[in-house]
Design a protein around this ligand. Structure first.
Ligand code: B12
Ligand code: NAG
Length: 272
């Protein structure tokens, strides 16, 4: 890719994963991961010159068909594919494989949500931008920057109106060990309107450190919660702290998510 050699082992693993539901985290299909796999396999496919390696080519074509079907199955009524933050990668996958789908609904929803500030996280913005410009990661090596400046002109996404938060909200916050059931603690905290979930967690930890202290690690997407009390996620054991509103997983991290008044937020130690 980009002129770099790719091992046949990694291609093989991708092909196998696409047939065997290898792109799920927990019970959920990961549209993001499947989409990146489509980009990678398409790149490999393009580098195979017919009539070389026909068997590999066929295997890749089959894997791509299967992945595209799975991705399209995750389309929602408002045109999102997976969730708001997987849609950009999914659009790239559909575009490099020339898949026909009704993208007008998708783009309308994305622009609406971008306008209300849902893509302020730079990683989220970087994953959505290529598809709104009808571009994809596979043509990065061909990008002409002069051309790029032209497209930036006049096609700037609408910015969220600046809001001056006033008043306070009360958030119910619970931390529970959903694996060994070693603890299950709740609190109600009051924070200024517009506070992030991280601020709610900090407030809880200030009031009751023994129950609500936590650690984070900075990552490309912002703060990632690594532990609560003394319980830490672990890559080998595939455990992590999952965040939910009621019983639905949040689609943003604690640094970006802004709870509303009287919301029930749960941090649940889970497996993926
Ligand atoms: C794999 C993955 C995970 C794994 C990571 C563990 C692992 N060892 O692989 C697990 C299951 C733990 C996970 C958890 C979460 N994730 Co996640 N994750 C991904 C995914 C599919 C791929 C990331 C990756 O491997 N990138 C490649 C590597 C090379 O890059 P990297 O930067 O080093 O990757 C690291 C970070 O991405 C980090 N990470 C993963 N997810 C998240 C989420 C947040 C908020 C942060 C700060 C970091 C982070 O873990 C990766 C491995 O160390 C992305 C999809 C995407 N579009 O990027 C979603 C994605 C980044 N995750 C997302 C979310 C929402 C979460 C959760 C908040 C879900 C929840 N309700 O609890 C939690 C984090 C909670 C916490 N403890 O703070 C969203 C973020 C959207 C946004 N606007 O913020 C994405 C885009 C998925 C989506 N479409 O909704 N995730
Ligand atoms: C924690 O307690 C709440 C009720 O207070 C319950 O609904 C929830 O299932 C419990 N969680 C765990 C993991 O036991």
């Amino acid at each position: 890719m980009m002129g770099k050699p790719v091992t046949s082992h990694s291609v093989q693993s991708l092909i196998e994963a696409s047939d065997n539901g290898g792109f799920s985290y927990g019970e959920k299909y990961s549209v993001d991961t499947a989409s990146v796999a489509v980009l990678a396999l398409t790149c490999v496919k393009r580098s195979i010159k017919a009539p070389d390696r026909m068997v590999l080519r066929l295997k890749i074509l089959n894997a791509l068909k299967c992945l595209i079907k799975n991705i399209l199955q995750e389309t929602t009524s408002d045109g999102l594919i997976g969730n708001l933050y997987s849609t950009g990668l999914a659009m790239q996958a559909l575009s490099v494989t020339s898949t026909n789908y009704d993208c007008s609904r998708t783009i309308q929803t994305l622009l609406e949500r971008a306008g209300s500030g849902s893509f302020e996280n730079p990683m989220a913005a970087s994953q959505i931008t290529p598809s709104l410009e009808n571009r994809n990661y596979l043509e990065l090596n061909k990008l002409d920057c002069k051309d790029f400046e032209k497209t930036l002109d006049g096609s700037v996404l609408p910015l969220a109106p600046p809001t001056a938060p006033e008043g306070v909200i009360t958030v119910h916050y619970r931390v529970e060990d959903g694996i060994h059931y070693s603890f299950n603690d709740s609190i109600e905290v009051t924070v200024p309107v517009g506070s992030s979930l991280l601020q709610v967690m900090e407030e809880a930890a200030k009031i009751s450190p023994a129950k609500f202290r936590f650690t984070v690690e900075q990552s490309s997407w912002g703060p990632f919660v690594t532990s609560i009390q003394v319980l830490a996620g672990n890559t080998e054991e595939r455990t992590y702290w999952q965040f939910l509103t009621g019983s639905n997983a949040l689609d943003q991290g604690v640094g970006d998510y802004k709870p509303y008044d009287r919301e029930y937020i749960v941090a649940k130690f889970s497996t993926y």
